[in-house]
Design a protein around this ligand. Structure first.
Ligand code: 5RP
Length: 262
C-alpha cells in the first residue's frame, strides 16, 4: 500500500474498514459522501470490484466527480430514493454517534442520502472521535441558508444563543468562535453551496451542544434555514482510523471495537 502522511493513512484505514464491513455483494445502490476521506471509500470499492450492476449516488459535485472518474455508474437520489448503504465523512462525532457535518458545505444532500440509506456509516480519522460535539470542531454548526434570508437567520441564531463576540463565546464555552457567514477562500464573497445557498457557521454554548437533537430542532424551525449540519440518530456505525494503524469502530448500540492493524 502507498505510504501516506499519518492523517491521510488514518482516513484510508477508516474508509477501507467501513467498505469491507458494510458494502455487501447484494448491495446495488450505494451512496457516496463528501470530503477528503471519501476518495478512499471509492478507491476500496473500485479495488474490490463487482460494480457493473451497481449504481452510485453522490452527495454533491465532488463525489459526483469521484464516481465518474472511477468509471462507476452514476445515479441520482430521485431515481434511487432507497439506498442500500451510504458511507460519508464527518467533522466530529460524539459519544452517541451524533455528528457535525457540512465542513464542505454539502450537508443538505448528505442528509438526504443519510436518511435514504438503510445503513448510514461515517468514516473519519481519530481527530473526529469525540465525546461532546464542539470539542474539536470549534468553528460552529454549518447551516445552509437561503441567501436572501441570511441576515434574518443570523439574527435568529444569535437570539437562540450563538455568540457574536469572542468574549461571549469564551464565556459560554464556545471556545472564542463566533457566528459567521462562511466566506470563500479563492473567491470574493460568501461560499455558495451546490444548491445555490449560503453557509452560516454557528457555534453554541457547551450546554446546548450536549443535546444536539434538541438544538437541531430549534435551528431547523428558523425560517430561511434549509438544512442543519447536525446529524442525530442516523448512523449505524462510525469508523475512525488511528495513528497506530488500528481502527476504532463505534456502533449505534454503544459498543466499541478495535480492529487491529494488519
Ligand atoms: O460533511 C462534509 C462535507 O460537507 C464532510 O463529510 C466532512 O467535512 C468531513 O470531511 P473530511 O473527510 O475531509 O474530514
Amino acid at each position: 500500500m502507498t505510504a501516506l502522511p499519518p492523517i491521510e493513512a488514518a482516513k484510508r484505514l477508516a474508509a477501507y474498514a467501513a467498505v469491507d464491513r458494510h458494502v455487501k455483494p447484494e448491495h446495488k445502490v450505494i451512496g457516496i459522501g463528501s470530503g477528503s476521506t471519501v476518495p478512499f471509500v471509492v478507491d476500496r470499492i473500485k479495488e474490490k470490484g463487482g460494480n457493473e450492476s451497481r449504481v452510485f449516488v453522490p452527495t454533491g459535485f465532488q463525489s459526483q466527480e469521484l464516481i465518474v472518474m472511477a468509471g462507476l455508474n452514476l445515479g441520482d437520489v430521485s431515481q434511487y430514493p432507497v439506498i442500500d448503504v451510504t458511507i460519508d465523512g464527518a467533522d466530529e462525532v460524539d459519544a452517541h454517534l451524533n455528528s457535525i457535518k457540512g465542513g464542505g458545505a454539502c450537508q443538505l444532500r448528505e442528509k438526504v442520502l443519510a436518511e435514504a440509506a438503510e445503513t448510514w456509516i461515517m468514516v473519519a480519522d481519530y481527530r473526529k472521535n469525540s465525546q461532546i460535539l464542539g470539542e474539536t470542531w470549534t468553528q460552529g454548526i454549518p447551516i445552509e441558508v437561503a441567501p436572501f434570508a441570511y441576515v434574518s437567520v443570523l439574527r435568529k441564531l444569535a437570539a437562540l444563543g450563538s455568540p457574536t463576540t469572542p468574549e461571549a463565546s469564551t464565556a459560554c464555552g464556545a471556545q472564542g468562535k463566533v457566528l459567521t457567514l462562511r466566506m470563500g477562500k479563492a473567491k470574493a464573497g460568501p461560499v455558495v453551496s451546490d444548491n445555490g445557498n449560503f453557509i452560516v457557521d454557528a457555534p453554541f454554548p457547551r450546554e446546548m451542544m450536549l443535546k444536539p437533537a434538541e438544538l437541531l430542532t430549534k435551528i431547523k424551525l428558523l425560517t430561511g434555514v434549509v438544512e442543519v449540519g447536525l446529524f442525530c440518530n442516523l448512523a449505524k456505525a462510525a469508523y475512525f482510523g488511528n495513528e497506530d494503524g488500528s481502527v476504532t469502530a463505534r456502533l449505534a448500540d454503544g459498543s466499541v471495537e478495535t480492529l487491529k492493524a494488519e
